[in-house]
Write a protein that binds this ligand. Sequence first.
Ligand code: BES
Ligand code: ZN
Ligand code: ZN
Length: 499
Amino acid sequence: MKVSVTTLSLQDLDVDLLILPIGHMMAKARALQIGGPIGTALSSALIDFEGKPGETLLCYPTEGRARRVAMIGLGDPYEIDREELRKAAADGTRLAMKTKASTVALCLPDSSIDAEAAGQSLVEGYMLAAYEYDRYKTDSGEPKVGTERLVLHASSDEKAARRGAERGRVEAESTMTARDLVNLSPHEKTPTLLGKIVERSGRKYGYEVSVWDKSDIEKEKMGGLLGVNRGSVEPPTLIEMTWNPSKASNSRPVVLVGKGIVFDTGGLSLKPTKNSMDHMKADMAGGAAVIGAMEAIARLDVPLYVIGLVPATDNRPGQDAYVPGDVLRMHSGMTVEVLNTDAEGRLILADVLSYAKLYRPEIVIDLATLTGAQVVALGSQVAAVMTRQDEDANERLDAMMTAGNRSGDLLHPMPMHAHYADALKSEVADIKNIGNREAGSITAAKFLEHFVDYPWVHVDIAGPAFLKKSLPYRPIGGTGFGVRLLTEFIRDYAYPKKR
Ligand code: BES
Ligand code: ZN
Ligand code: ZN
């Protein structure tokens, strides 16, 4: 989608659809302020429009240049936030598609949000709502109209609006990269093919990519990743992405780790098909989020040294598959008794987390579709965030939550008291890979904690990574959850005082 910014008078916009987001009870004032044929059209439609969130109304000016004007409700004008703008823009996308408008203008509303943030949010909402995954539709039907080009209208602060619009476009496109990867059929994203896709992305956007093969992984003695891979006919890979611009403000990197289980059958502890295994092509959504975030960070030229690591394998019950009772020796040297082959994510992540120590990272953040318990606890719109309980734990959680609230990728913290680790005690090895039925997301995080010795944040995205029912700007299927979260976190980290 092409996105541009204009400061022309609204009356001069020659478009099929002009979209005006308007706060509750603000439509009358807005109509007067705008005046001319558009103001007249708005005034005549006011009897049917209050401006509540989700409310939309189309009107047809009899004069002037815009063929259609849509009012979209934003609710309480004092409580308009970025998310409200994204949702309003998404309503605009639906109207543009419905009316087959090929030229669309979206107007920055009067609100307390600055033009940069408002521009970013509107573009994100509009573009993300227009996403459709049609790779496997033989006849993709009528060509899509209404989503090729967007003109953002700013009445003042053009430069800020332009900066916001550009960032919104990059973050939306990077989110769509992650959606595409999650929605891709598993046979097209084997660990090797996924590596090739990322190499192409690195060449396109200017970050380095190195794909480890099985022998590299064996040399590093990554017993977790190799153990999970034993049932597969496809060799594992470890995809390493590096963004280290000369102007980076840090010498020790920020490391992002993403779970890359390209398909999770559960292994010998086989999952049932319905509502369980049937969604497990999404078990690499953490990896997809890291890949999308690396694209965004490189495209936005963020002055920070960032490394992305995605261990990739499928988890299958093959002839040589690992079995309950197997003891694995991990990269860290620790031994793990496998009591359920479906708790595989933590095994591949543990190896990469302990490998990440070599970088002496300032902080490591991992994203993973790790536990069904996360979905039970928080549902499909909020991810769980956990961190090591040291003196800086609250500061780290605050920074993550702030990025979550700003990006719309919402987080909620889970406790990490020491006693939760007791559930992982093993009779035969150092630890086992499952706890009991209680607090499943926390015991999974406690498992990972054994393999880190640096500031670390874990985000369990099992619920929000993949939807069975659509949300305003998130479609059914892969959502790209985490791309905007990580990108906003990294931007805050790189420019701490400016914002
Ligand atoms: N990939 C799943 C977790 C998952 C469940 C993601 C639902 C998305 C939606 C993970 O590998 C898994 O199977 N976890 C097990 C762990 C258990 C055996 C300790 C789970 O949560 O049931
Ligand atoms: Zn599993
Ligand atoms: Zn899994």
